[in-house]
Design a protein. Structure first.
Length: 321
């Protein structure tokens, strides 16, 4: 019997494929930091039985229409806005993502970014390395308190819950907004359900955790930033498309809000000359929410398990429904 062909659109260490070496014919884009050329990707989509993709590959109608044998797309992310899931479903192709395994790690990073932004950690480090530390001063690099403040989490999924648990440790008041109420989170963590408007007007930290969909695209615009406290700190570790970046820039520039911590951007990688990156009150990271060795390894392993399940005619572990 012919072995199924798996196309892996980014360099992944060989050791992850060892359990499948007798079962699969693995083809790979052998660059770690460079996105696969579109024409190379499409060529492989034509013959692959399974695709292992990352969030940089657009698996849209054009790509899906090329597929002749494709049974499963395993996306190395919890977000899947890079894939036309509805169209894949119409074609009988299973799409999977990597929930759960990255929740705690992404919450760690989100909290680290929140703290770094509030306490101006990156600015302070640059200050000392630039030799600017001439003396102690009462308000030198003073930031904002975190403990006992109000955090508003927009999108209470698994990562949102993990952020809320961390916030509880800082004695914060926790507000959340979500499509549906989460009674378990309210009881166990003490988070309070809030309307979107109330959340953005009363929170000291507005943390955006909602996935990018047609409904959430540009959810944070000038009007939303104006409603926030002038001392508010905006954190985004979900997807850049949820925010209108020009409006965020203006809000930060005019001090409608105090600062922003951003791990995600509308266009990634963001250009180093982008206006947002020129602001002192922006702490920026290159989309590293789930980037630890442990978690990325679990995500890769889960993708491969999902592929294996589908190719064997079994149910995938984490399908996108
Ligand atoms: C995700 O999982 O969606 C992250 O953004 C990539 O790790």
């Amino acid at each position: 019997m012919m072995k199924p062909t798996i196309y892996v659109s980014r360099k992944i260490p060989n050791e992850f494929f060892e359990p499948y070496q007798n079962d699969w014919n693995v083809e790979m884009w052998h660059e770690e930091t460079q996105v696969v050329d579109r024409d190379v990707f499409l060529k492989h989509v034509q013959k692959a039985d399974a695709l292992f993709t990352t969030l940089t590959e657009r698996v849209d109608r054009e790509a899906l229409d090329q597929a002749k044998n494709l049974k499963v797309i395993a996306n190395l992310a919890v977000g899947y806005d890079n894939i036309d899931v509805e169209y894949a479903k119409e074609k009988g192709i299973v799409v999977t993502n990597t929930p759960d395994v990255l929740s705690e790690t992404t919450a760690d990073l989100t909290f680290a970014l929140l703290m770094a932004t509030a306490r101006r950690i990156v600015e302070a480090e640059q200050f000392i390395k630039d030799g600017k530390w001439t003396n102690w001063a009462p308000f030198l690099l003073a930031g904002a308190d975190i403990h006992h403040k109000t955090i508003g989490i927009v999108g209470m999924g698994r990562i949102g819950e993990a952020i809320a648990r961390r916030a509880r440790g800082f004695d914060m008041k926790i507000l959340y907004h979500n499509r549906s109420r989460k009674e378990k989170v309210e009881q166990e963590i003490g988070a309070l359900y809030s309307s979107f408007d109330e959340l953005i007007t009363t929170s000291d930290f507005v943390v955006c955790m909602t996935p990018l969909t047609e409904d959430t695209e540009n959810m944070f615009q000038a009007e939303e930033f104006k409603k926030m406290k002038s001392s508010a700190i905006f954190i985004n570790t979900s997807r850049g498309g949820v925010v209108n970046e020009e409006d965020l820039y203006n809000a930060l520039k005019k001090k409608d809000i105090q600062a922003a911590g951003l791990d995600v951007f509308q266009n990634e990688p963001i250009d180093e000359h982008h206006p947002l990156l020129q602001l002192e009150n922006v702490t920026a990271l290159p989309h590293i929410g789930s980037a630890t060795y442990e978690t990325r390894s679990k995500m890769i392993t889960l993708c491969l398990h999902n592929i294996n399940q589908v190719l064997k005619g079994n149910k995938p572990i984490t399908p996108i429904l």
